[in-house]
Write a protein that binds this ligand. Structure first.
Ligand code: SAH
Length: 374
């Protein structure tokens, strides 16, 4: 048994079953044995590969978005260029490099901020970004953001934030918990019957509903900053744009799936992101939202043109690699459709390439709750 599995088993045997949210938090972030503090998950040789690690073109297109969005805001002077959950720092590296080339004025106003909880990854990011003349700031959570306009990017962060699962049953819902089997291995069990965890329609017994207070809290915090100081955020992840049900908890190791309870701390634990719930949180904080697939976003902002230019400078092998990377990022059967991009923006939103409907709530939270005004 791994050391972390033993630690979790000991806790369960003394305190009883733990909810999935606590299990995920321990598996991913335990200071001693947590996945992000011990493993080297990213890249072709790791457990999974993320879009910025597939190709520099991903970060280049995000930079184009950030420059155009800043201009759409009226080029408001200094702004926080924030990446939340930056992994190896590759995306920020590509954004800063592209900004220096395409828009030095934009870069001169950018205050790069990286939000990271893993001390091990902070070191890797610091090294990666050390050659840029603009010196980034590292913070552990968004409370440390400077009170200025914000452009924020979060790629594959929300899927790692913990969830809770509930199974529909006669008379309500039962929370899915992590317990110990008679043989002493980790297994799922169900807690006592309780009321619906979120507004839920009637559904067949056994249907799993997932909620993530941690994701909603983060979306709310980003949105409040945007509503107050202006700006926009891109939340990029896999999941559905429409609300849905079902068990999406998954564990990935060496580019393949394994059981979520098999090897806590040894594989990446994630679940699909409920974008509709994040959009609702953003609206209630006074922001507008729009969404599209990753494929559509990249193509609309010029991925194919960029790939042509990049390929034109190299040999046949490079051209083949660029074509493969382009397909990996944008083809519908690869990352193009599974991954979605939710844009949250302060009203009146004007961030390309999204189509902006008038906001469902055009009022600021203060206008809607005058009794809370000070
Ligand atoms: N965006 C990167 C890495 C994704 S993995 C990429 O696309 O390659 C998730 C990242 O989020 C890791 O850097 C992890 O340490 C970080 N992370 C996990 N929980 C976090 C939290 N609550 N706040 C900020 N970062 C977090």
């Amino acid at each position: 048994m791994s050391a972390l599995r033993e630690k979790i088993a000991r806790l369960i045997s003394t305190q009883g079953p733990m909810d999935i949210s606590r299990y995920m938090t321990m598996a991913m972030s335990d200071p001693q044995y947590g996945y992000y503090n011990t493993a080297e998950p990213f890249g072709r040789s790791g457990d999974f590969i993320t879009a910025p690690e597939v190709s520099q073109m991903f970060g280049e297109i995000i930079a184009v978005w950030a420059i155009a969005t800043w201009q759409g805001l009226g080029s408001p002077g200094p702004f926080a260029l924030c990446e939340a959950g930056p992994g190896r720092g590759t995306l920020m590296d590509d954004i800063l490099r592209t900004g220096a080339k395409l828009a030095p004025q934009w870069l001169a106003c950018a205050r790069p901020v990286l939000v990271e909880t893993s001390p091990r990854l902070v070191k890797i990011q610091q090294e990666k970004l050390s050659s840029h003349p603009v010196k980034p700031q590292w913070i552990e959570n968004l409370d440390g953001l400077p009170q200025i306009p914000l452009l924020l990017i979060a790629n594959e962060l929300f899927d790692v934030l913990p969830i809770r699962q509930y199974a529909a049953c006669k008379g309500g819902f039962r929370e899915r918990m992590v317990s110990l089997s008679r043989e002493g291995s980790l297994c799922f069990s169900l807690g006592p019957v309780e009321a619906a965890p979120a507004p839920a329609k009637k559904m067949p017994s056994g249907t799993i509903v997932e909620i993530s207070p941690a994701r909603l809290a983060l979306a709310r915090q980003i949105s409040r900053h945007l509503a107050r100081h202006k700006g926009a955020a891109l939340i990029i992840d896999y999941g559905a744009l429409e609300p849905g049900v079902g068990d999406t908890l998954q564990a990935v190791s060496k580019h393949g799936f394994c059981g979520p309870l098999k090897n806590p701390g040894g594989c990446d634990l994630t679940s699909h992101v409920d974008f509709a719930a994040l959009a609702e949180a953003a609206h209630s904080a006074g922001c507008q939202t729009a969404a599209m697939t990753q494929g559509a976003f990249l193509l609309k902002l010029g991925l194919l043109e960029r790939a042509d230019r990049l390929g034109a400078g190299g040999n046949e092998a490079l051209r083949r690699q660029v074509t493969a990377d382009t397909e990996r990022l944008a083809a519908p059967d690869q990352m193009g459709e599974l991954f979605k991009i939710l844009c949250i923006a302060s009203p009146p939103a004007n961030a390309p390439p999204f189509h902006w409907e008038p906001a469902p709530t055009q009022q600021s939270p203060e206008q809607r709750h005058p009794e809370q005004q000070h």
